[in-house]
Ligand binder design. Structure first.
Ligand code: XIL
Length: 310
């Protein structure tokens, strides 16, 4: 059996990676390089990781991911420029003036999106701006700058980057009140000609599965706005959502098949192997990825190949 990245000419399959594991773990590195043709830094391009100290960026880890991607001819999803989590501690307390907060946001977006111009193919410009109970999430950015912070982030990114610019969120994968909110948000951005190119559906699955037909319907309505849709953080925890490896494989097959049939051309799993996944340590289900902790291909891996037409 060849590699996953060779299965489809139309759909890229990616994984989120940790630069330390890429450097030190031979099996991890070999799996990422041979199986995937898209990549996301799981944490290394987040603001708090890039700029732990005020006024000084450290791009070493993020650059490692970028170089790895280039060497292996991978599509790069940059994640993420503006989020309400994993920002530097020195941004606290949030008592700066509006003008100063906006300057910080602008400088950050321009610095990072500008540095990876020509390398990052798609940026998650704004992450998780919609609240679970409707409306925009009450974040530092919303409080300081109002809803326009979203426009500004996209505009600053567009000024320095040639990447496709995405809005990314969770719990908005299928058809739900939250996905309606996300739809309304991005439809409004499109209508006002804010430079947005796409929507990322995270698709973390642990409490319950999202009906694949609903994912397809959501992809279709977003596509009708003229936006690209990527599946950006796919993982399927064994537990409440799916009882075992076989059910997990079935769900991967159905949801990847439905999404790609509806026009999704990029599917990224949130990690590589079950030994290094964020879900179990949070109690969100077990063994959610395509490779087990020994980097053996799981039933879910074969199911994704089938979904891609093999
Ligand atoms: C997670 C990482 O996987 C963890 O390692 C980190 O501790 C917290 O962030 N939505 C996102 C991702 O957009 O950035 C999050 O990643 C998972 C949820």
């Amino acid at each position: 059996m060849g590699s996953l990245r060779a299965v489809s000419d139309d759909v890229r399959v990616g994984c989120a990676v940790d630069p330390a594991s890429l450097r030190t773990d031979t099996d991890y590195r070999r799996t990422v390089a041979s199986e995937f043709d898209a990549i996301t830094a799981e944490n290394a391009m987040k603001w708090g990781r890039l700029a732990a100290d005020e006024g000084a960026y450290d791009f070493a880890d993020a650059d490692d991911v970028a170089r790895f991607a280039e060497r292996h001819d991978m599509y790069v999803r940059g994640h993420t420029l503006v989020w309400h989590r994993m920002y530097p501690e020195w941004l606290r307390p949030w008592t700066r003036s509006e003008a100063e907060t906006e300057r910080l946001l602008r400088d950050h977006v321009q610095t990072v999106a500008g540095r990876y111009r020509g390398c990052v193919d798609a940026w998650d410009v704004v992450n998780e701006a919609v609240a679970d109970d409707g409306g925009l999430r009450e974040t530092q950015w919303l409080n300081a700058l109002g809803p326009e912070y979203i426009d500004r982030a996209f505009e600053y990114a567009a000024g320095v980057s040639d990447a496709d610019l995405f809005y990314n969120d969770y719990g908005a994968d299928g058809l739900s009140e939250k996905s309606d909110e996300v739809y309304d948000l991005v439809a409004d951005l499109v209508a006002r000609e804010v430079p947005i190119d796409g929507v990322g559906l995270q698709l973390h699955v642990f409490e319950e599965t999202v009906p694949p037909a609903d994912v397809a319907a959501n992809v279709e309505r977003l596509t009708e706005l003229g936006l690209d849709v990527h599946i950006t953080e796919l993982d399927v925890g064994i537990g409440a959502a799916v009882p075992d490896e076989e059910a997990q494989a079935d769900y991967y097959r159905e949801v990847v098949g439905a999404a790609t049939d509806a026009g999704v051309d990029t599917v990224v799993t949130w990690g590589v192997d079950d030994g290094q996944s964020w879900l179990p340590e949070r109690g969100f289900g077990e063994a959610p990825l395509l490779f087990d902790e020994s980097f053996e291909r799981k039933p879910a891996y074969r199911a994704v190949r089938e979904a891609l037409g093999e």
